[in-house]
Design a binder for this molecule. Structure first.
Ligand code: HEM
Length: 350
């Protein structure tokens, strides 16, 4: 990857990104919230104004590109700070790079090994996007590394990567860029899918709009504690949306908001998740065995539509996970649990 080396062995890539995302990012979210909020507001406004067809007071937008732009701008702020947000080529590369990697990896699965380097190079457009990202990001890291790495004014993933780099043998700037771009790759697609489905659900069930607005306004005004902790309906709605359309679904429909109302398009797509390729023959405790090279998956959609766990499982119920009296016993959207594996399983889940 443009001179950057990604090791197949997991630990060889280091583990500071686990600390950065799992701990530092989480603890700084309240401070980042105002910037994220403003970015979301601005991006929505500019996307809605940018050339979609208008009918009376409605504007048609292509929802997936719009949401990807939204995720890109907010994630870019959280990952790299404000410095680069005016560079159009860099912003384009931020989306192009993960898309190139995904399409290339799919094509490589069916490519003979001897042709792989040539095909990969063509599919990755000779690394144009990643080269541009490295060219833009490397000087930023190098400059920041020269300053105090614990620079408290800077609050973004880049800075925490620099600050968390081992003191005895600090990471080179190239490695910081490499690992951060790896994280970046993981940070685009899933959130974008989750938001698209939540927007579809909101459009299909507009009765939640007012209730959600009311809850958000009330919780934002109540300045005691973290407002998000109090937004039980929002949490439940998003969790139900994730249950109804686990975002690992196979395809995203080409629908436009203007065509509303419509059936929830995700209903018949297939979803498996958490793929694991066996690197040695293995027998599970129930006797099921897999051979070398087999891929084991979690049947996410089937689990999420299991009537014994979710009564009326094929009906969207935004209040499904709101139970006021025993709120503490109901897992939140962001909790990692085996029954609801949208974040993955066990200690490897984020
Ligand atoms: C709605 C949002 C998201 C969903 C539903 C989601 C879901 C998942 C799932 C199912 C996995 C596979 C876990 C496994 O195989 O056990 C995964 C892995 C991963 N995700 Fe996410 N993710 C989301 C957002 C993010 C974000 C924002 C980031 C980065 C800031 C991120 C970074 C990663 C990374 C680095 C991995 C690989 C972890 C590993 O190899 O152990 N994800 N995610």
């Amino acid at each position: 990857m443009d001179g950057l080396i990604v090791h197949d062995v997991r630990n060889a890539n280091g583990s500071i990104h686990f600390r950065v995302v799992g701990s530092l990012l989480r603890s700084h979210l309240p401070n980042l919230h105002p910037g994220i909020h403003q970015t979301v507001v601005d991006t929505f406004a500019s996307e809605l104004m940018s050339g979609g067809k208008t009918f009376n007071e409605w504007t048609s937008v292509r929802i997936f590109p719009m949401v990807k732009n939204l995720i890109r701008t907010t994630n870019s702020l959280v990952f790299f700070g404000k410095d680069l947000t005016n560079d159009a080529e860099y912003l384009k590369a931020l989306l192009q790079y993960p898309e190139d990697v995904v399409s290339t990896s799919e094509v490589l699965r069916f490519t003979p090994t001897f042709l792989a380097p040539v095909v990969a190079s063509i599919m990755m457009r000779r690394g144009r996007a990643v080269k541009h990202l490295v060219k833009s990001l490397l000087p930023v890291v190098e400059q920041r590394m020269k300053r105090n790495s614990q620079d408290s004014e800077q609050m973004d993933i880049f800075q925490w990567m620099i600050g968390s780099s081992p003191k005895k043998s600090p990471w080179l700037a190239t490695k910081i860029v490499q690992v951060t771009l790896g994280l970046w790759f993981g940070s685009i697609h899933q959130p974008a899918m989750a938001i698209v489905y939540a927007l579809y659900d909101l459009c299909q069930h507009p009765q939640y709009i007012e209730a959600l607005r009311e809850e958000m306004t009330r919780c934002e005004e109540n300045k005691t504690g973290d407002p998000f902790e109090e937004m039980v309906l929002l949490d439940s709605f998003l969790k139900e949306s994730a249950r109804f359309s686990p975002s690992d679904s196979r395809e995203l429909p080409k629908l436009r908001l203007a065509k509303l109302p419509f059936e929830n398009p995700s209903i018949d797509t297939v979803s498996v998740s958490l793929r694991r390729k066996a690197i040695a023959p293995y027998t599970f405790t129930d006797g099921l065995s897999v051979k070398f090279g087999d891929v084991a998956c979690v049947p996410m959609r089937a689990m999420m539509r299991d009537e014994s766990k979710y009564p009326n499982a094929r009906t969207f119920d935004g209040y499904r996970f709101v139970t006021d009296s025993q709120r503490d016993s109901v897992a939140k959207l962001t909790d990692v649990e085996t029954k609801f594996p949208i974040w993955g399983y066990g200690r490897r889940a984020w």
